[in-house]
Design a protein around this ligand. Sequence first.
Ligand SMILES: Nc1nc2c(ncn2[C@@H]2O[C@H](COP(=O)(O)OP(=O)(O)OP(=O)(O)O)[C@@H](O)[C@H]2O)c(=O)[nH]1
Length: 549
Amino acid sequence: MHEKSFESTAMIESFLRRSSKANRWIRLISNAPDNAPKASENESWLRKLGQQQNRRDPHSRPQNALIDEAVSDAKTLSSEYDVVSTPPDSLYIHIKSPLSQFTTISHLQPKHQRHAQAKEFVDVRILKCRSGSGGNGAVSFFRDAGRSIGPPDGGDGGDGGGVYVQAVEGLNSLAKLKTSYIGADGEAGAAKQLDGARGKDVLISVPIGTVVKWCMNPALVRSAIGTSKESVQLPLRKVLERQKVSLQCTGRFEMDQKPTHIQLFRDSYSPGEGWHFKAKDKEYHDSKDWFEALKEKVKVYDFETTQSELKADRFALRGLDLDKPSEKPICLLKGGKGGLGNMHFLTNIIRNPRFAKIGRSGLEQYFMFELKSLADLGLVGLPNAGKSTILSRISNARPKVGHWEFTTTHPSIGTVSLGIDGLSFTVADIPGIIKGAAQDKGMGLEFLRHIQRSKGWTIVVSLEKQDPLADLNTLLNELGGVEEVTKKNVLVVCNKADIDPSDPASQNKFYKIEDFCKAYNWDVLPISALNGDNIDLLVRKMAICAGKL
Ligand SMILES: Nc1nc2c(ncn2[C@@H]2O[C@H](COP(=O)(O)OP(=O)(O)OP(=O)(O)O)[C@@H](O)[C@H]2O)c(=O)[nH]1
C-alpha cells in the first residue's frame, strides 16, 4: 500500500507526472496532507466526461477466436488466411485461417505416439499465460474522534501484473519453461486514500531464435478435432488444415485489407458497469436517477480505458520473432487497470458514495513458443544417408551416428570453420525425412522449423541406395516441391561414393542425379563422409550455399 501523504511539492509533482489520466483531476496543493479530490473537482471531471459522450466511437462487440466447421474447399486450404467480408462499421478485419497455424501437432498427439525426443531438447511448447486483474477501488469514509462519518476516502485498486517475454543468451531449449505464467492481481485500494499495490509481473526467459505465436486453447482444439468427422480418416495435419479459426484483426484497411495483428478481447465489464456496493445494493442504486446519471458520465472514462486496452491487447498474426537478445522484456499480456475508489465520486448530490469501481480483468491466452535454430545451413535427407557423419566430419558437433534409421532424434548444430579470416558458418542436422513425412510418418516435418531460417539447404542422398534419384524426388515432394525448395540455395550431396566406385552402375546413379540438378541450376557433389573424400570441396560448396562465400 502506498500512502498518498505528500511531504514536498516535488513529490506531488512527480506523483502527478506518474499518475494516470484517471487521476488528472487531483489538485496540485503544496503541503496538502489530503489527496482526496473535492466535490467541486469531481463535478468538473464528471461534467467534462459528460460533454465527451457524443464524441465516442461506436464500440464494436468483442468476438473471441472461434473454430469453425471443416471447410472442404480445397482452394482455400493452402492460403495462410482468407479475409472474409468485414461489416462496414467494424473496426476489425475479419479473417479465417487454418487451425494448423495456431497449434502444434506434437502437442495434440497422445503421449505414447509422440516422437522420442531427448528430454533436454524441447523445441515447441504451448503455455497458458494470464495477466493479473486490477484491484477494486475501496469504499471507505474518513473517521476521527469528532465525526462518525466523514468524506469518502477510498483509494484506487492497483493495476494487475503483466506477462513479459525476453530472449536471453545462454539458453538452448524450451524444456525448462513452466506450463503456465500468471501475473499477480493488483491489490484492492484501502481507507485513507491508499492505493492498492500493483500486481507482480512475470517474465518468461527464452533462447534466442524463439518465435512466440498466439495459439488456440489446446482444450478447444482437442474438442474440435474430436468432434470432426474427418479426424478418423485423415492425418492430423490435414484435419488441422481443414478446420478454420475465425479471428478479428487490425491492420491495413485499404483495398488489400491486410491483417497484421490479432485483436484480443478482455472478459470485463462494459462501459458504465463494473461497480461494487457497500450497505445499499446494486438494485437500490440502479433505481436512483443520480446514479444513472453518474454511470452515463463514467461510461466515457471506462470507454477510454477499454480503448487503451484494445490498443495494448494485440498480437502479431505472424508471431514475435526473438532472433536477437531482447533489449528489454516485451509485454505479451498487460494487466488489468485498478478500479477507482469512492473518493472520486463525491459530488454535491452524492455526499456518501457507498460504491466504487471494480478493477478491470486481466487476459488469459495461450501462446506457442517455437525454437527455430539460427543455423546458416540445413542438412536434409532420408534416414541413414550420412548427414550426421558429414556434420561430425566438418564441424565441432558430435551427433549420434548409427547404421539404423532415425539415429538422429533431435537437431544438432555444428560450427564449420573455413580457416580464412576467421570465417565460419553453422549447420543444422535434423532427423531423417521419409515418404509420408508431410502426413506425420517417421519423425514428421516438425523439425523443419530448425532449417526454415537457413539461407541454404544441403540435400544428402546415399549412393548406396538402389535408386538415389527416386530418393531425391521423395525428399523434394515432402519438402513441398521443387518450387518451395528453390526458395533456398540448394546443394545436392551424393554420399557413400566409396561403395563400388568403379562399378559403372554406381557411377550411373550419380550422373542421373547430376542431370536432374542441372535442370534447376543446383550444384551437386559426390563425397565419402566416411573416408573424407571431397570433404574440403564440400566445405567450400556448403559455405557458398550458406551465402558465406
Ligand atoms: N560406406 C559409407 N558409409 C557411410 C558414409 N557416411 C555414413 N555412413 C554410414 O551410414 C550410416 C548412417 O549414417 P548417419 O550419419 O547416422 O546417417 P543419418 O543420415 O544421420 O541418419 P539418421 O540419423 O537416420 O537421419 C552409418 O552406419 C555410417 O557409418 C560413407 O560415406 N560411406
